[in-house]
Design a protein around this ligand. Structure first.
Ligand SMILES: Cc1ncc(COP(=O)(O)O)c(C=O)c1O
Length: 424
């Protein structure tokens, strides 16, 4: 074969698969711009990423040190170490008063790993699975990469961004669904579903033959009322959780699921083949983390204070259309009074006020769902640092009320976060 033909054919081998063609996180552009400002010596208040404020509980770190000292770190069973699975089952008894058999607990590589295993075990390629928008983008991107079709159901502040049974069934009538995924507390709205709302959604889903997946990663970070686990409401629901958020263990990559009993063995087979097992050191640390709750409750109190500052501070900045986040560490503010382009707004906020936040468009789906426009703030550590010298986003009301309906210069860096209150 002529050399040129071989080269052409070889080049075609470099083409990525269609399924890998998932959108990037637009917030990464905001982060890159923030990094440029910081590299030039500027100070940026980071409110764009849901990164917890503290390190893993001290007991967890100590357990990992001790395990390293003792020598071997081997594979574990694909479902996780028996003692961690038992400890997680105990957590359901202690926290929710709900009996969950340890045999149904599967330890995963963060909740991200749980989505992959759960979707593979529950759905065939082409199956339609409902997710809400605004919502955590990887839900739909993981589904797409696995050959499933995410069906976007738009929620609004009227229902506190909760998916209702009626909205789910209406979508099901349009295009039959095989599954639905919801999170409560939710990213990016911070809203939570009440026991009644969750119960009625699960029964609407299961009554229509739609499998229910509950992302409970922000459980423990609830301020308005105690979060309810779907594990208590249905043995058929797939419940996903993680040590990343409440236990501040993002980089340890350890999470879990409570799987419906018939799915445990299929998930075990998948995990055996896809990952063998979850990092052993992380499992050891995660088990110990349950003994560090006192320390994590102190971190949570810090979040509560940040939430209070943000809820009081945003209206002073001209932003008063938001729901007072019930849980997690996000607040989703409507900025439609000032712009029709949330990405541009986020860029201006960064450039002029030195506050990095996530543009609402990133949390919806460009070209499919209209831009809100809104911005999402994550409040973990940045606003509570006493030395935070950044500026509070301030809207220039005069510019906003001029004939120019989309003012270009809407933000001025005049108010210091620290002057609003920055104590911890
Ligand atoms: C709603 C939601 N689910 C899941 C995840 C993934 O977390 P992890 O894989 O670290 O458990 C995140 C991370 O930000 C999230 O916000």
């Amino acid at each position: 074969m002529p050399e040129a033909t071989v080269r052409d054919r070889a080049r075609s081998l470099l083409t990525a698969s269609g399924r890998s063609d998932v959108p990037p996180f637009m917030v990464m552009d905001v982060m890159a711009a923030a990094a440029r400002i910081e590299a030039a010596g500027g100070h940026v208040i980071h409110m764009e990423v849901g990164q917890p404020a503290a390190s893993a509980p001290k007991v967890a770190i100590a357990a990992a040190h001790a395990a390293l000292e003792s020598g071997r770190i081997d594979y574990t069973s694909a479902l996780g170490t028996p003692s961690l699975r038992a400890r997680i089952a105990r957590h359901y008894r202690e926290t929710y008063g709900c009996a969950v058999d340890a045999e149904r607990i599967v330890v995963t590589t963060g909740s991200s790993g749980a989505f992959i295993l759960g979707f593979l075990a529950m759905f065939e390629p082409g199956d339609r699975v409902a997710v809400t928008v605004p919502g955590y983008p990887p839900y739909r991107h993981i589904l797409t990469a696995l050959g499933c079709e995410p069906v976007l159901i738009e929620t609004s502040s009227e229902t506190r961004h909760a998916l209702t049974g009626e909205a789910l069934l209406a979508a099901h009538r349009r295009t039959p669904l095989k599954g639905v995924l919801v999170g409560s507390p939710a990213n990016p709205t911070g809203t939570m579903m009440s026991r009644e709302a969750l119960t009625s959604l699960i029964s609407a889903a299961e009554g229509a033959g739609i499998r229910f997946i509950s992302d409970e990663i922000y459980h423990g970070l609830d301020y308005a009322f105690p979060a309810v686990t779907a594990a208590e409401l249905s043995p058929h629901a797939l419940v996903i959780n993680s040590f990343s958020k409440y236990f501040c263990m993002t980089g340890w990559r350890v999470g879990w699921m409570v799987a419906p009993e018939p799915l445990v063995r299929p998930i075990e087979r998948l995990q055996q083949n896809l990952a063998i097992s979850v990092p052993t050191l992380s499992q050891i640390a995660a088990e110990a983390a349950f003994e560090g709750r006192e320390e994590m409750e102190a971190v949570k109190r810090g979040y509560q204070e940040n939430r209070r500052i943000l809820i009081a501070g945003l209206p002073q900045a001209g932003l008063n259309k938001f729901l007072p986040a019930d849980g997690a560490f996000y607040l989703y503010a409507d900025v439609s009074a000032f712009t029709s382009d949330s990405l541009e707004f986020a860029k201006q906020m960064l450039e002029q006020a030195r506050v990095a936040a996530t543009p609402g468009i990133d949390l919806k789906l460009l070209h499919v769902v209209r831009d809100s426009p809104a911005v999402a703030y994550s409040w973990t550590k940045q606003i509570a640092r006493p030395e935070a010298g950044g500026s509070l986003l301030v809207i220039d009301r005069d510019a906003a009320s001029s004939e120019d309906s989309v003012p270009r210069r809407t933000i001025s860096p005049t108010t210091e976060w620290s002057s609003v209150s920055c104590r911890r």
